[in-house]
Ligand binder design. Structure first.
Ligand SMILES: CC(C)(COP(=O)(O)OP(=O)(O)OC[C@H]1O[C@@H](n2cnc3c(N)ncnc32)[C@H](O)[C@@H]1OP(=O)(O)O)[C@@H](O)C(=O)NCCC(=O)NCCSC(=O)C[C@H](O)C(=O)O
Ligand SMILES: [Mg+2]
Length: 290
C-alpha cells in the first residue's frame, strides 16, 4: 500500500444514497469529506436502487477536492458483497464498513478488494458501534500499522452503541465518553484517524457546538455530521486556533535554524521544545491547511 496521506477530516457529512436533492447540494457545501450511505438510511426494500444511485452519482460527478467515502452494508448482510463490488468500481477514496466486530471483518473486506483487483489507494474505514467492536478494539486498530490491511480511519457509531448497550443517551454523553476515549487511544496506537459520532438533533446547534469542542479536546480528528447546518461548527472546532498555528510555525522555524539542526531539545520563548513537539507542530500545520 502507498503511504497514507494525511487528510483534513474536520467535517464528515453523511448523505443517504437516495436523497438526490442532498447529493446535488454537495458541491456547494464546505465539508471536508462526504460519506454516501447505503446502510441505515436506506430501507431494505430499496438497497439495489440505492446502489444504482451511487454508481450514477460517481459516474456523473465533477471532482471538487472533497474526500469521498461510500458506506456499504455489513458484509454479513445480504447486500454487503454487491455493495463492495459496486463501491470499488466507483473509485471513492475509501469504503466505510459498518458493524465491524473483529479484525477479521476488516481483513475479509480487504481480501475481497484484493480479489476484485481494487486499486492500491482505496482505503477502508471501520465503524466502531457494537459492544463486540469495543471489546476487540485493540486488535481492530492494530491493523492500522499493517499497511496491507488498508485500514485508515475509525468512526464512532454512537447511535448503535447506545442502542446495543442500553446506556442512557444524555446531552453531556457521560456514559459514552469512556468508550469514546478508548476509541481515540486505540486509533492512536494503530496510527489511525478517528472521527466522533453524529449529533442527531440537527436544529440544536448549541449542543452540537459543545460536542464538537468536547470531541476536539478528547483528541478526535473531526466529527461525523448529518446535516449541512452542522458543517461550519465542526470546521471551526476542529481547526487549530490562530495562537496554536503561530506557536507551531515558531517551532518549525526554530528547528530549521542551522544552529539547531543536530539538536534534540531547544529552548523557545522560555519553554523546553523537543523534536516530538516539532512532529506535533507539523501535524497541526497540516490540519490548519499550511
Ligand atoms: C435528518 C434529515 C432527514 C433531515 O432532512 P430534511 O428534513 O430534508 O432537512 P432540511 O429540510 O433542514 O434540509 C435543508 C436542505 O439541506 C439538504 N440536506 C439535508 N440533509 C443533507 C445532507 N445530509 N447532505 C446534504 N444536503 C442535505 C436538504 O436536501 C435541503 O435542501 P434544499 O431543499 O435544497 O434547501 C437529513 O438531513 C438526512 O437525511 N441526513 C443524513 C441522514 C443519514 O445519512 N443517516 C445515516 C448516517 S448517521 C449514522 O448512521 C450514524 C452511525 O451509524 C451511528 O450508529 O451512530
Ligand atoms: Mg450505526
Amino acid at each position: 500500500m502507498p503511504i497514507r496521506p494525511y487528510r483534513r477530516r474536520r467535517s464528515v457529512l453523511y448523505v443517504p444514497a437516495l436523497n438526490h436533492k442532498a447529493l446535488a447540494k454537495l458541491p456547494a457545501l464546505a465539508c471536508d469529506c462526504v460519506v454516501i450511505d447505503l446502510e441505515d438510511s436506506i430501507a431494505p426494500s430499496r438497497k439495489a436502487e440505492a446502489r444504482d444511485a451511487v454508481k450514477h452519482f460517481f459516474e456523473t460527478r465533477v471532482a471538487d477536492g472533497k474526500e469521498m467515502v461510500i458506506r456499504i452494508n455489513a458484509l454479513s448482510s445480504e447486500w454487503g458483497a454487491d455493495d463492495l463490488a459496486m463501491a470499488r468500481q466507483c473509485r471513492p477514496d475509501a469504503i466505510l464498513l459498518p458493524k465491524v466486530e473483529t479484525a477479521r471483518d476488516v481483513l475479509d473486506a480487504n481480501d475481497m478488494l484484493d480479489e476484485l483487483d481494487a486499486r492500491a489507494s482505496l482505503w477502508l474505514w471501520a465503524m466502531v458501534e457494537t459492544p463486540r467492536a469495543m471489546l476487540n478494539l485493540g486488535a481492530i486498530a492494530a491493523l492500522g500499522r499493517d499497511r496491507s490491511a488498508r485500514l485508515a480511519c475509525l468512526v464512532a457509531g454512537t447511535n448503535d452503541l447506545v442502542k446495543d448497550t442500553g446506556i442512557l443517551a444524555t446531552p453531556d454523553r457521560r456514559y459514552l465518553v469512556p468508550w469514546l476515549m478508548q476509541m481515540v487511544l486505540a486509533a492512536r496506537a494503530g496510527d489511525l484517524d478517528i472521527l466522533d459520532g453524529v449529533s442527531n438533533d440537527f436544529r440544536d446547534l448549541d449542543a452540537l457546538g459543545h460536542e464538537c469542542v468536547e470531541g476536539r479536546n478528547m483528541g478526535f480528528d473531526g466529527k461525523t455530521l448529518i446535516h449541512p447546518a452542522q458543517i461550519d461548527l465542526a470546521n471551526n472546532a476542529f481547526s487549530p486556533a490562530p495562537a496554536e498555528v503561530e506557536d507551531a510555525l515558531a517551532i518549525r522555524a526554530a528547528f530549521a535554524l542551522p544552529d539547531n539542526a543536530d539538536k534534540g531539545v531547544i529552548s523557545l520563548g522560555g519553554k523546553m521544545v523537543e523534536r516530538l513537539h516539532l512532529d506535533q507542530a507539523e501535524r497541526l500545520l497540516i490540519k490548519a491547511g499550511l
